[in-house]
Design a binder for this molecule. Structure first.
Ligand code: TRP
Ligand code: SF4
Length: 400
């Protein structure tokens, strides 16, 4: 059976904090058991905004990959690689750039937003405008079906779909397409072929979307089809030509509820983070000195957990019993703040323990990390090369 593929990338920001862990990595770790997954470091994307400060990318990449591994991304289940080590991304980006209208890029909301946010930097560059197209190439080159991303990235996935559609429309035609599609249909076998045709008619005559979905499921289950025939039959459903690039779906990552030490969202730029593998002493100190309900000046003053960032940590880390203990203890001044913080400290340290242990294995043996990355790059590159063969052929660049 054709398994749906998951792909996601992160720009190399160096060491990750618990916000990244709860927001992104926990989701990746879950997905790696459910689908074939590709996770990569988008180092070229980092250059679109940091072109004037190179020299940190290699180090940031290594630290970030160690954090992925420490968190439990498993190289035996997921393919971990680096964008710039698969130069086919750049080739696809170039070819897609030929057919991508400028207007499509200019109206991606992150374009203007980021330019305004980073106004100290000149981002009126060719590369920065092309950011979403490079991302589209990252996704399309693996024919990824699902892309786990946060809400801010959804327009980039929409854009990717439009680019794929345009590509298939422009280059997906081949001579004798109709005959080839009908030949492929026969290979489905009598019963399936008949059902496929019925579903195709239902879609083409009545526009029934669920007929398309059912037909896709039918094709997914058809084991004996070659890749080319499968593409033809996908393309034939909707009328057009061969489906060379696959339109991906965003897999919306639930917004992270991870608060920072000051109660705002945990973020490097707010300076309110706990790092994924921060040492116990430092974590303890940070939580001990956390701001609490400002009304609770003395130990004998009752407080209100709703006004206290520590309570937000309890909501993530504590059992119902502990939460009740906090609510009662705080409101009656039955417990002190240091006492209240202890279960949070214990829980954070407990969460970090296995990550610190795994990270230690990788920091002590950097060759281990290099091997994992080299392996992943090789696997990714094979997939990317397959797609590029089809892409070049479709455009007519298969000179011999
Ligand atoms: N733009 C993404 C971000 O900033 C990173 C990224 C690059 C990405 N290429 C991708 C994410 C492909 C998903 C798929 O978070
Ligand atoms: Fe915050 Fe706990 Fe102190 Fe109440 S007792 S103010 S919840 S730290």
């Amino acid at each position: 059976m054709y398994a749906e593929k998951v792909l996601s990338g992160m720009r190399p920001t160096g060491r990750l904090h618990l916000g990244h862990y709860h927001g992104v990595l926990v989701n990746w770790i879950k997905l790696q058991h459910e689908f074939p997954c590709l996770f990569f470091v988008a180092d070229w994307h980092a250059l679109t905004t940091a072109y004037d400060e190179p020299g940190t990318i290699a180090e940031s990449t290594r630290e970030m990959v160690i954090d992925w591994l420490a968190a439990g991304v498993d190289p035996a289940q997921a393919t971990i690689f680096i964008q710039s080590k698969v130069p086919e991304h750049a080739e696809l980006h170039l070819l897609l750039s030929m057919m991508t209208p400028l207007g499509w890029l200019e109206r991606v909301p992150t374009y203007k937003d980021q330019q305004e946010k980073l106004e100290h930097k000149d981002l009126s560059t060719y590369g920065f405008l092309g950011y979403p197209l490079l991302q589209a190439a990252d996704i399309l080159i693996y024919r990824a079906d699902k892309v786990p991303v946060g809400e801010d990235q959804v327009p980039h996935i929409e854009f990717t779909r439009e680019v794929a559609r345009r590509f298939n429309h422009l280059y997906g035609r081949e001579s004798g397409f109709e005959e080839k599609a009908r030949e492929a249909m026969k290979k489905l076998g009598g019963k399936r072929a008949k059902l496929y045709e019925e579903l195709r008619n239902r879609f083409q005559e009545k526009g029934e979307e669920d007929a398309i979905e059912q037909a896709h499921a039918l094709l997914d289950e058809a084991q004996s089809l070659s890749h080319g025939d499968r593409e033809r039959l996908f393309g034939y459903l909707e009328g057009g030509g061969k489906m060379i690039l696959v339109e991906p779906d965003a897999l919306l990552t639930p917004a992270s509820r991870m608060p920072g030490l000051d109660g705002q969202k945990m973020s490097k730029s707010y300076g309110n983070t706990i790092m994924l593998r921060e040492d116990a002493e430092s974590v303890t100190k940070k939580i001990r000195t956390m701001q609490t309900d400002p009304q609770r000046v003395r130990r004998t003053d009752p407080g209100d957990p709703e006004k206290c960032p520590v309570w937000q940590f309890h909501q993530i880390y504590s059992t119902p019993e502990v939460k009740t203990w906090v609510q009662n203890g705080c409101r009656t001044a039955g417990i002190g703040c240091i006492e209240c913080k202890q279960p949070v400290i214990d829980a954070v340290l407990k969460e970090q323990q296995p990550m610190i242990e795994r990270a230690q294995m990788y920091t002590e043996d950097p060759q281990l990390v290099r091997n994992i990355i080299a392996d992943g790059c090789e696997k990714a590159r094979k997939l990317a090369q397959e797609t590029m063969r089809d892409v070049r052929e479709a455009i007519g660049l298969d000179h011999s």
